[in-house]
Design a protein around this ligand. Structure first.
Ligand code: ASP
Length: 453
């Protein structure tokens, strides 16, 4: 196993995890459906390995952002270059998100999942969630979180980026933008002081950066075992397979859109950077597989950064800014899903949808994906805001969410792959545009594949 490329090791771990999970679902006490020994065994003895792995990745996210961003800015040596990187990053992020929502809307309007859904199926889907107490509590929780977000003012998003205490901000992974803000401020100020004095601080962060990258390497040693645990747990926690079948056309619509989005990124990579799309995918595969297994772009961030920098060759000053900002604000997969889910729910619940409503979806899904946290299930919270913006009455809201809840986790796993791939693509585009895309430090593909133009 050791000689296999990392993405193969992870893939094998995932497949074995799924098989093991499926096998364990068969292990139930005869006649007592409420006692699922297999599921309990996985939850008690296997799942914790996955949790430890995700915690380890999250543990190093903040130190990694701080060390690499400070090193990145101080290596840049000139603030004007940084302005260029900043504006281009935000501009491309917003553009790709709008494209993602538009792809989602186009495909959902063509396929029209949910429009032919029978009353009986609807009742069955809704009942499946009402009888499952954890599902209905979960849905209620998402609506409540969304309500809190709506209650905040229009500029809250910007105000929230400025921390009043860096130690408090750095103590929560949810406050990544605050940490980025502080670090940028610190890095720029470091550039403005005497070289003699800044050299010690710069040396410290250089060293810290190497230590944290080594930590990523060490954590990745257990990745194949951890994804085994994560996927086995997903399998034993998933809902009734009959309900999943009812939602096939909706799920395939989301998946189709996500695949188109990946195709769009590969086209950009090929035409704009002249790099091989296959090489890009090979370099990013471990990050994509982790995104799938953890459903969290925040947990995947350390691996995304390492891959983009070392295996693709985007220089640190770009990677250190584009990737963490992307993990927080750029969620193309999530916005595409929100567009499809919103229209699907309207079709299924017979809620009229005008062209203006569809345009509203473009705006709110774009903003909602910026506001979504990079953690499992966050996209569904923001979906509430999208649905409210097109006037879905509140009594239908919970029904709408209940409708798609059963397939949310598998779709979340897939949309997180797109979120992470989008960040890497934009890092490459920005890197190329400011002359910071060099040869990869670690090669995953043949030299002749690397440059196709
Ligand atoms: N799980 C997604 C992410 O972390 C967010 C979501 O779509 O729920 O990128």
């Amino acid at each position: 196993m050791k000689n296999l490329a990392l993405h193969w090791q992870i893939l094998i771990g995932m497949v074995l995890g799924v098989l093991f999970g499926l096998g364990m679902t068969q292990w139930d006490s005869a006649g007592t459906p409420e006692v699922h020994e297999g599921a309990s065994f996985i939850k008690d003895w296997i799942a914790p390995i996955g949790t430890i792995f995700v915690n380890l990745l999250k543990l190093i996210a903040i130190p990694l952002i701080i060390a690499s961003l400070i090193k990145g800015i101080s290596d840049l040596g000139d603030i004007s270059k940084f302005k260029q990187i900043g504006f281009r990053t935000i501009g491309i992020y917003v553009t790709t998100t709008i494209i993602a929502v538009s792809i989602g809307l186009t495909i959902v309007n063509i396929v029209k999942p949910g429009s032919g859904i029978s009353e009986e199926t609807l009742a069955k889907l809704i009942e499946a969630n009402q009888t499952d107490q954890s599902a209905s509590a979960n849905i209620a929780g998402k609506i409540e979180t969304a309500a809190k977000t709506i209650d905040s003012g229009p500029l809250t998003f910007i105000v929230d980026m400025v921390p009043d205490n860096i130690f408090a901000a750095a103590s929560s992974n949810g406050d990544m933008l605050k940490v980025i803000f502080f670090t940028l401020f610190f890095g720029i100020s470091l550039l403005l002081i005497d070289k003699e004095k800044s050299v010690i601080i710069k040396g410290f962060f250089d060293g810290l950066n190497d230590v944290v990258l080594k930590m990523v390497d060490l954590i990745m040693l257990i990745a194949p075992y951890a994804v085994f645990a994560l996927l086995a747990n997903v399998i034993v926690s998933s809902g009734d397979p009959d309900v999943l079948v009812e939602l096939l056309s909706y799920s395939f619509t989301v998946l189709g859109g996500l695949i188109l989005m990946i195709g769009f990124y590969l086209t950009l990579v090929y035409f704009y950077t002249g790099r091989s799309p296959v090489g890009f995918l090979k370099a990013m595969a471990p990050a994509q597989l982790l995104a799938f297994s953890t459903s969290s772009s925040a947990a995947t961030l350390p691996v995304t950064m390492e891959r983009v920098e070392e295996h693709i060759g985007v220089e640190k000053e770009v990677t250190a800014f584009v990737c963490p900002v992307g993990a927080t604000v750029n969620m193309d997969g999530t916005s595409l899903y929100q567009a499809v889910a919103a229209v699907f729910i309207c079709f299924a619940l017979d809620h009229p949808l005008t062209f203006a409503d569809q345009l509203t979806i473009v705006t709110t899904a774009t903003l909602a994906s910026i506001g979504s946290a990079a953690v499992p299930g966050a996209g569904m919270v923001m979906l509430v805001i999208v649905l409210e913006s097109i006037g879905l009455p509140s009594e239908k809201l919970a029904i709408g969410l209940a409708l798609i809840f059963a397939v949310d986790r598998p779709l979340d796993m897939c949309r997180t792959i797109v979120n992470v791939t989008g960040d890497a693509t934009v890092a490459m585009l920005v890197g190329k545009s400011v002359g910071k895309l060099g040869p990869p430090k670690v090669r995953d593909w043949d030299d002749n594949l690397e440059a196709v133009k």
